[in-house]
Design a protein around this ligand. Structure first.
Ligand SMILES: [Zn+2]
Length: 267
């Protein structure tokens, strides 16, 4: 069983400084391994970090329209029945992604606020400026807001594919992303720059070399990155090789469509 002290020490060993704004991705799969569960996990995280962001994704707001752009991996018109069950995004809508158990407890902490992207919202403590910088039209605004501010990214029991910040680099580099739709209080909204596949993101580790801190907790690696160096390295990589960080699954529709888009743009 992991104790509060183990988690606190691991976060300390990852070089996270209390004053640095930190994007935290924490795995709900860890909960049964921690004495005291979610409260202990959040307690240890907040003991080491003053200002943090955490995902609070809500995929149940998504809709499939009757028509839309081509090359978007959606079968238009196929959602007539499921659309009826879509939820309207509000700041109080519970998250429904794999780590929702932790994110839902954090959401109810005092002074925690939420951005208003209907699918890819983040929770924030002490980072209202970042939360306001994300919008439906700009799902990566909060990441850009944190650039140049000594921000860290922390992966607690999550693998590299959880790095949402890399999707921000993909957008910045001009890589094809997708258009999705979500139900909001103002009706159905288009959500541009929706991220593609992240299964190839681990390839970035090789290029980061000395810029990653890693500790092993119960045989599992936990990581911390400087957001600035992660962003700089990823952007350079994507500039040098537009096919970088795509996954190796020959049947991955998203990555294959991105490859096709790159080939077309290169003529
Ligand atoms: Zn893929």
């Amino acid at each position: 069983m992991l104790q509060y002290r183990d988690l606190k020490n691991a976060i300390h060993d990852l070089g996270v400084k209390r004053s640095e704004p930190t994007l935290v991705h924490a795995s709900a799969a860890l909960i049964p391994q921690v004495k005291g569960g979610i409260q202990t996990m959040l307690g240890a995280i907040l003991a080491g970090i003053d200002n943090m962001l955490m995902p609070s994704f809500t995929f149940k707001t998504m809709l499939i329209p009757e028509i839309g752009p081509e090359e978007n991996l959606i079968e238009y018109g196929s959602g007539r029945e499921e659309n009826l069950n879509a939820s309207i995004f509000t700041p109080d809508l519970p998250a429904d992604f794999e780590d929702q158990a932790i994110s839902e407890v954090f959401r109810h902490y005092p002074d925690v606020n939420r951005s208003n992207h209907p699918i890819l919202s983040f929770l924030g403590l002490g980072l209202d400026g970042a939360l306001q910088a994300q919008s439906t039209a700009d799902p990566y605004g909060h990441i850009r807001y944190l650039l140049g501010k000594n921000a860290k990214v922390l992966l607690i029991g999550k693998d590299i594919s959880a790095l949402f910040s890399i999707h921000a680099c993909e957008q910045e580099s001009g890589r094809k992303q997708f258009l999705r739709w979500a139900m909001t209080e103002e009706g159905i909204k288009e959500c541009p720059s929706f991220p593609g596949c992240s299964n190839g993101f681990h390839k970035v580790l090789f290029h980061l070399e000395g810029e990653v801190r890693q500790v092993t907790v119960q045989d599992q690696p936990w990581y911390s990155f400087s957001l600035d160096s992660l962003t700089r390295t990823t952007l350079q990589l994507l500039r040098e090789d537009p096919y970088a960080l795509l996954c190796n699954d020959l049947h991955c529709e998203k990555c294959n469509l991105i490859r096709k888009d790159i080939r077309q743009r290169r003529g």
